[in-house]
Design a protein around this ligand. Structure first.
Ligand SMILES: [Zn+2]
Length: 156
């Protein structure tokens, strides 16, 4: 049989209603396999099934949150600053309330971001000093060349 636009439309309608391929086949007067094949070609495989869809969506949202608190005993707003040696049984995380949008409490934020700042400051300072050194050497050399000439001019 030929797939007329009307039949395709009916197939889609029945499919979206959640009818089985056998039921659709009976409605259209075709075999179940013909329905399966057409559904596949129309890429209708993702049949909307509201209850199941909601369930999967909920699961997907919940997955990133840790179900077990044994690993860190941390909430989303708990400070993740590690305290002690990770090999040590006493090892734990700070767990204080975090600064909004930051993984650490105000105290550990200060430590974390200060050390990063200091590191970058040190780096830029070292680079600058190196640069300044070479500049200074060049200046000195120029001075040595130009100064005697200037003195001669002044002397005359
Ligand atoms: Zn902390």
């Amino acid at each position: 049989m030929a797939w007329t636009p009307e039949k395709v439309k009916l197939l889609k309608k029945l499919w979206s209603k959640g009818k089985s391929t056998v039921e659709i086949g009976k409605e259209l007067g075709i075999s179940k396999n013909a329905v399966v094949g057409k559904v596949h070609r129309l890429e209708l495989a993702a049949r909307p099934s509201p209850i199941k869809k909601n369930e999967t969506q909920k699961k997907e949202i919940q997955q990133p949150k840790p179900d077990h608190m044994t690993l860190m005993d941390l909430k989303l707003n708990s400070c993740r600053w590690p305290i002690g040696d990770p090999q040590d049984p006493d090892f734990h995380f700070c767990g204080e309330n975090t600064v909004t949008g930051k993984p650490y409490c105000p105290h550990h934020c200060k430590i974390a971001y200060t050390s990063i700042k200091e590191l970058s400051l040190q780096n830029s300072k070292t680079n600058k000093e190196k640069k300044d050194d070479s500049d200074a050497t060049e200046d000195l050399q120029e001075d040595v060349k130009t100064k005697p000439a200037q003195k001669k001019k002044e002397g005359k």
